[in-house]
Design a binder for this molecule. Structure first.
Ligand SMILES: [Zn+2]
Length: 366
């Protein structure tokens, strides 16, 4: 790192004034901490030159930065990046406010920095070496506490440094969750494909995250071209055989009923999945057939249960309840046969209390 000549020129008295951008014809508004109106006079050529010679600022530079409170606070430059449109010196700087917690670290624009306050650049590596040589582990830790999250005491110095280097810049600046936009506090290890996203959109129900708002909207309307109403059931071994899978199946059909659509599970089904579904379909359909008087069609069964017609047909066929008589398919509903099948299908899982289901299907919202 070369040394940068920073003569101490004070112009315009004590006001923090920057009349013109360091390059180009782009004029900045005067930065006035107290909001007072100030007369802007053209900047001397020497000042312009001196400022351009500083840019881009080196990582490690200490400078005053205008924060969201409109006041200037001391910061240290942690990282810098070139802006997409590459005008010379067009960098953004990731800064740590030395007075504040690390969670307030952020990307700032050059115009927020008061270049007159740039401190003589200290070679970081030399500074670090001196620090680690002269300080005890305890002293060093005390100093590092403002920079490193607690909870990493078990890491050795090298791993800690590596961790710190890796997490020094927040990757995601904000997230959208429900009706809130939330600023993030720290770096978070998202998969690399999310690293160029400043903002992520979260589903507030399952915490799935997406890069674009449209993806989230699609995720929220529970829309499926194939009319799938359930994608996957996961019950970890210690929680199996307690009726949770059956509960989820029943619940998915209650959602479909509320939507006024038929639903079916995503294919292919696993052997256990098929068994569970066959059990559910058998219980629901045969219960209706048992109580029903007179004729009933597959379509009517489907309308009552939100079970897809194909699933009704294959269920009844597998139970050999469909017979072909006089040129048409007929459901045979002998009560004794139905009872036998119902017994074999076993009991349902935990009961779904529909009166507790509070949900407005997407199409009804607009
Ligand atoms: Zn979700």
């Amino acid at each position: 790192m070369g040394s940068i000549d920073t003569p101490t020129i004070t112009e315009n008295g004590s006001t923090q004034l920057q009349a013109a951008a360091p390059s180009g014809g782009d004029h900045k508004p005067p930065a006035s901490a107290n909001g007072a109106q100030v007369e802007v006079s053209p900047e001397p050529e020497a000042t312009k030159k001196r400022r351009s010679s500083m840019l881009p600022l080196e990582v490690g530079t200490r400078v005053m930065c205008r924060w969201r409170d409109g006041k200037y606070h001391p910061v240290k430059v942690i990282e810098r990046r070139k802006m997409p449109y590459a005008v010379p010196y067009d960098y953004e700087y990731y800064v740590h406010y030395t007075e504040f917690n690390r969670r307030l670290d952020e990307w700032v624009k050059l115009e927020q920095l008061d270049l007159d306050s740039v401190e003589t650049v200290v070679d970081e590596k030399v500074e670090d070496k001196v620090t680690s040589l002269k300080m005890t582990r305890h002293q060093k830790r005390k100093i590092d506490e403002t920079h490193v999250e607690v909870g990493h005491e078990e890491l050795d110095a090298a791993s800690l440094r590596e961790h710190e280097e890796f997490t020094k810049v927040k990757n995601i600046a904000t997230i959208e969750l429900g009706r809130y936009e939330i600023e993030t506090w720290y770096f978070s290890p998202f998969p690399p494909e999310y690293n160029d996203s400043l903002k992520l959109y979260f589903c507030e129900f399952c915490l799935n995250f997406m890069k674009r708002k449209e993806q989230l909207q699609r995720h929220m309307e529970k829309h499926s071209e194939e009319s799938y109403n359930l994608a996957c059931i996961l019950t970890l071994p210690p929680y199996q055989r307690k009726g949770y899978g059956k509960f989820l199946i029943a619940f998915s059909y209650e959602l479909s009923k509320k939507e006024g659509k038929v639903g079916t599970p995503e294919r292919p089904l696993s052997d256990l999945g098929l068994l569970s579904y066959r059990g559910y379909w058998t219980r629901v359909l045969l219960d209706i057939l048992k109580k029903h008087k007179g004729n009933i069609s597959i379509k009517e069964l489907s309308d009552m249960t939100a079970i897809k017609a194909e699933d009704i047909l294959t269920t009844l066929q597998s139970l050999e309840l469909i017979q072909y008589r006089k040129g048409q398919h007929v459901i045979c509903a002998d009560p004794k046969v139905l009872d036998r099948h119902l017994k074999a299908a076993g009991r349902g899982g935990l009961e779904v209390d529909v009166s507790k289901l509070i949900w407005t299907p997407y199409k009804e919202q607009s």
